[in-house]
Design a protein around this ligand. Sequence first.
Ligand SMILES: [Zn+2]
Ligand SMILES: [Zn+2]
Length: 301
Amino acid sequence: MKLQFLGTGSGMPSKQRNVSGLALVLPKVTWLIDCGEGTQHQMLYTKVKPRKVTAVWVTHLHGDHVFGLPGFLSTRSALDGTEPLTVYGPKGLKKWLEATLRVTGSHLGYELNVIEFTDGDTFEQDGHIITVRKLEHRFPSYGFRIQGPEKPGTLCVDRVRALGIPSGPIYKTIKEEERFEYEGKWYDSKEYVTEPTPGKVVAILGDTTPCENARILAEGADLLIHEATFMESEQPLARKYGHSTTREATTLAKASAVNQLIVTHISARYVGREEEFEQEVVSDFPSSIVATDFLEYTVGD
Ligand SMILES: [Zn+2]
Ligand SMILES: [Zn+2]
């Protein structure tokens, strides 16, 4: 899966960073994680296509994470998007979205489903398993653990040839069926196919202070996307506003043994101090990236 960062700032847009928006580009469809104001404008500078978006996952209802949603949904309709779209988010999302669309006379030319989740819910969407956990913020905020589909094993051609089986449609049967027959004899397919590879895991957290559920979501993930609104010296401010610091993000990355950390939701107060900010992150957890708008990152192949 490919991630395309559309907005990486906190609270309000700056010239350097728009408010929260992230696209997850899967082989056939695209998802959005949060849709702050201006997210659809940011998309214009990328290959992300509104019509391809089939799901939007909302971490929480703070304006910097959702004010772009009604505009995006309307544009998707204007661009002849006809596939159904599901928006997942916390309680209150449905009432707000329906009222906004109704009051503004916005009619969508596709089926819009709104699913309000709660702590511990699990969903299956486009072959992926998504687990939702509640985080700690000034407002109900959630994180997602997204498990990609298992990759099937490959055929051990040498072993199959050793049975005297020439290539043909039977190779497909061996890969797809538990057992196969050749010249009246039955074989167990798993002896002739490599082990399947587990799907990649991406943990994406909404705004949060450090908490146990964040650790559970991040555990062993291939990629953790974590907010770092403040640098370590502003830790009291982070606590006051229900956010995390650079070091709190890297501490979680280390404790959960993730392969890669990307920090985002960065306060505009650090404009001009990018190197110092990055240094504080990377020196504590070298496999870290400080997200910038339009950053692309691929997990797996
Ligand atoms: Zn925020
Ligand atoms: Zn927030």
